[in-house]
Design a protein around this ligand. Sequence first.
Ligand code: F6R
Length: 248
Amino acid sequence: MQLVVLEDSDAVVSVAAEHIAMFVRMNPSPRLGLATGKTQEGVYQALVEEHLSQRLSFAESRFFMLDEYLGVDPLSSESFQGQLRRTFLDKVNVPHDSLETLDGNAQDIAAESARFESAVVEFGGIDLQLLGIGTNGHIGFNEPGSSFDSRTRAVDLFPETLERNFPEMTSLKTVPRRAISQGLATIAEAGSILLLATGKAKAQAIAAMVSGPLSEKCPASILQLHKSLKVILDEDAASLLNPHLATS
Ligand code: F6R
């Protein structure tokens, strides 16, 4: 694991965007797994800016979703697909069908999950998977207790995840409570992984992921086994780690 600790979230965003841009430049047909969430917003914005300044083309890239809410219109502002398209994909040079979606409106979620898994294999696997982390250690929407062997499937979201993702909602009854998510085994098969975390709220999850036991109680701890993992943190997210762990 390569662990990079930077001063603040702006630095995390710019170093992460540089890492992704370099990856896209170096690979003739890069296959990228895309996370959603607040941590990634600035990264997508920086990639769009890099593209607009003519320095970065995504023409040969293929993209894969990490997760999606169930029962949400795929193009609504609540859906992860809608967010990815609005903040990133619609603003760069990629054809509409270059995103392998997870359809949270599919009639048969098990069949949709199997279709997605096959698509990943048919395209040759995900080269670089971008990840955030939940305050409870989830990656994708694999909440604590998810099996390390899990594949893409329907999952129940924990109350803390709903509260964080829908802070403006007064009643959690109105928000999507289930999702479809790549499984932990699916994520772990990516050729390389870039995980970003910022803010004190993530410090405990990061400490459990990096230094805790390998345990399904902290789903992200599965990443301790990954051969090509880069973690970029701000000082707040790294605040419960032994400072000597940072590798650059
Ligand atoms: C989103 C996802 C989640 C988020 C995590 C952190 O696609 O898979 O695991 O990465 O919940 O979200 P933020 O960045 O909003 O704190």
